[in-house]
Design a protein around this ligand. Structure first.
Ligand SMILES: Nc1ncnc2c1ncn2[C@@H]1O[C@H](COP(=O)(O)OP(=O)(O)OP(=O)(O)O)[C@@H](O)[C@H]1O
Ligand SMILES: [Mg+2]
Length: 259
């Protein structure tokens, strides 16, 4: 596989990462850097390991009993698999947004306020109010919910729920946001809103997005990683991956020959 595309300042760097579920290997020797300046898209056929690899970046695989990760993953140079790493803290620094919007069955306000409160990020109620407003604003949802903050998060539309989940991730002041097919349950209008949001968040956070939608990868990302059968086949500048892939397997996938 190619060397990771050079990045000036990698926010996260993975080296020789392998993931096993029991005896089955799902990720095979993956090395990659992600940075703040570029949104990174993970693409590849179903089952190739995109979600598995994404979950290594904030140790979500720790929650799967059979999963074992080896190799090295660093966040600002710090080994996230070190024994003294605080995993709760890590998951605040490296937030995650899932395929299916999963707001807590609590008010819109509480969905966003919960994280900052448990992480002790707000000094007062006014401070917490400010964090909630700012997070909802950044997630492009404030205008739609500011008069109904006490309504249940689950009463929102799917697209609004997904933006609420993004606000929840933002509220704890993350450095990296991982999104696993965040638009696959959304209609085109809600999808466009999330894509716009990703553009706005670029540079504030390092963003990694898994998507099955080639047009979406081309629209929202500046770096694309193509996975196949657990390996990283090609990683580079998105426009080059889509117009001039170096690997035959990448070309076959982006031209729809399999997947
Ligand atoms: N919890 C698990 N236990 C055992 N095997 C798993 C588990 N999760 C994933 N796998 C296996 O690991 C491989 C990679 O799966 P993964 O979900 O990472 O793929 P993916 O690229 O995200 O696929 P999709 O595009 O369908 O979401 C697959 O063979 C899958 O069956
Ligand atoms: Mg997946």
């Amino acid at each position: 596989m190619h060397a990771p595309a050079p990045t000036a300042s990698p926010k996260m760097s993975a080296r020789h990462v392998n993931v096993f579920y029991g005896r089955k290997q799902a990720i095979d020797d993956v090395s990659i850097d992600v940075d703040m300046e570029n949104v990174t898209a993970f693409i590849g056929p179903s089952g190739c390991g995109k979600s598995t690899f994404l979950r290594t970046l904030n140790r979500m695989n720790d929650t799967i009993a059979t999963a074992r990760v080896d190799g090295e993953i660093r966040l600002d140079g710090e080994d996230i698999y070190a024994s003294d790493m605080d995993v709760v803290q890590l998951r605040a620094r490296v937030g995650m947004v899932f395929q299916k919007p999963n707001p807590f069955p609590k008010s819109i306000y509480e969905n966003v306020a919960y994280g900052p409160r448990i992480h002790g990020l707000a000094a007062s109620k006014a401070d917490l109010d400010r964090i909630v407003e700012q997070s909802l604003t950044r997630a492009g949802l404030w205008g739609e919910v500011k008069d109904r903050l006490n309504d249940s998060g689950t009463a929102l539309s799917g697209g609004q729920q997904q933006r609420l989940c993004i606000a929840r991730a933002i509220a704890v002041d993350p450095e990296v946001i991982l999104m696993d097919e965040p638009c696959s349950a959304l209609d085109p209008i809600a999808t466009a809103k999330i894509e716009e949001l990703i553009h706005e968040l670029r540079g504030k956070y390092a963003i990694v997005i898994v998507t099955h939608n080639m047009q979406q990868a081309a629209r929202v990302s500046q770096r694309t990683a193509f996975f196949h059968l657990g390996t990283l086949v090609e990683y580079g500048v998105t426009s080059e991956i889509f117009t001039n892939p170096r690997q035959e397997r990448t070309k076959d996938y982006i031209t729809g020959r399999y997947g």
